[in-house]
Design a protein around this ligand. Structure first.
Ligand code: KG4
Ligand code: ZN
Length: 342
């Protein structure tokens, strides 16, 4: 199928045209992220208004860049959950209207299923199942073990914050802007990762927890007393990033210890753009003799509509009833609604 994907779950407005879940003909992303540079996070009402301004021009550009018109499309796939409700509603209302106008079926896609599908985009050799995916972003941190696109089980999840949130909150403590991940990791490059010691959360049990790490960073800053000098700030950033990545890769190791049949490990979501996480995860995968993949470009790590179009394709492949089915736009929803649990 040739699917137009639409993604508006947070502060990115994206539209993409993807063929057969793999070949990306276009992927356009507009972002209001820079508007939140000094606010420490997204302001939902403002993000929704920006979505409204951007969505139609972004769709139009995606079609033009792909060299297609609505007559060349087989379906539209749209993120319907989870996310900021106002932002989601802009995407789903637009998609519903375009489907009615263009006489196309609509496929609702869970945002996380989009991230789990992002490693297929523009890949030259298709991944082989079973796949263990570490999905790390601003809203979720999970390990999913799948035997097919839409069949699998949750191997581990977070009990508090998401990994991206840990980066974002750490960045606020260090006086950096939003989104914190890219800025904190840039600062970390100038620091020593063993300068400060942070605890390893959940060392022996499956699961993620980041709130203790954030508190440790707060205490480290308090103990320093005055605002840290440039080198100390870089050392704190490097050590804090190291602690987050060690926790993520340690959990990956615990899961691989149990899941011997795993053919590939995938790392997806905004935090998968982090170089140090990739290095650490690669080392763990090497120890278990499993190959590791990340999305083919950084654009497919963070929120984008190409992954939503791909997930739409795979959903329909798993069950044709997803094509044109009724759905509700929801701020929270479990992936179990689209992933058959084993
Ligand atoms: O997947 P995503 O674009 O949106 C959500 O679904 O949440 O992920 C955004 C998150 C933010 O928390 C951002 O700080 C983090 O991904 N992020 C990074 C990096 N790039 C983005 N975290 C660490 N290192 C990066 N290079
Ligand atoms: Zn996301």
């Amino acid at each position: 199928m040739r699917i137009l994907g639409i993604e508006t779950s947070c502060d990115e407005t994206s539209a993409a045209v993807v063929e057969n879940g793999i070949l990306v003909r276009s992927c356009v992303i507009a972002s209001s992220q820079r508007d939140f540079g000094d606010t420490g996070g997204v302001i939902p009402e403002y993000a929704a208004r920006k979505q409204l301004e951007c969505v139609l021009p972004v769709v139009d550009t995606a079609l033009k860049q792909a060299g297609v018109t609505n007559a060349d499309l087989d379906a539209i796939a749209v993120t319907h959950a989870p996310g900021l409700l106002g932002s989601l509603l802009v995407g789903t209302s637009t998609a519903r209207t375009l489907c009615a106008l263009w006489n196309l079926p609509l496929i609702p896609v869970h945002h996380t299923l989009g991230h789990l599908s992002s490693t297929w985009l523009d890949c030259s050799n298709e991944p082989v199942f079973p796949v263990l995916t570490l999905s790390v972003s601003g809203g979720h941190t999970d390990l999913w073990y799948r035997t097919a696109h839409c069949t699998g089980a949750l191997a581990a999840t977070t009990v508090d914050d998401a990994a991206g949130e840990a980066f974002d909150k750490g960045a606020v403590l260090l006086g950096l802007g939003y989104p914190g991940g890219p800025q904190l990791s840039a600062l970390a490059k100038k620091g020593k990762r063993d300068a400060f010691t942070f605890p390893l959360p959940m060392a022996t049990q499956a699961g993620f927890s980041f709130s203790g790490l954030k508190t440790s960073l707060k205490y480290a800053l308090r103990d320093i007393g005055s605002p840290p000098d440039a080198q100390t700030a870089a050392d704190l950033a490097a050590s804090y990033q190291e602690a987050i990545c060690s926790h993520l890769s340690h959990q990956l190791g615990l899961a691989l210890e149990k899941l011997h049949s795993c053919a590939e490990v995938h790392i997806v979501g905004g935090v998968s753009a982090n170089t140090r996480l990739r290095e650490q995860a690669q080392e763990i995968c090497g120890q278990y003799g499993v190959s590791m993949r990340t999305p083919t470009t950084l654009r497919y790590c963070t929120d984008n509509a190409a992954m939503i179009a791909a997930a739409g394709e795979f959903l329909v492949e798993s069950d044709r009833r997803w094509l044109g089915c009724a759905f509700q736009t929801q701020a929270t929803q479990s992936l179990a609604s689209q992933l058959k649990m084993e």
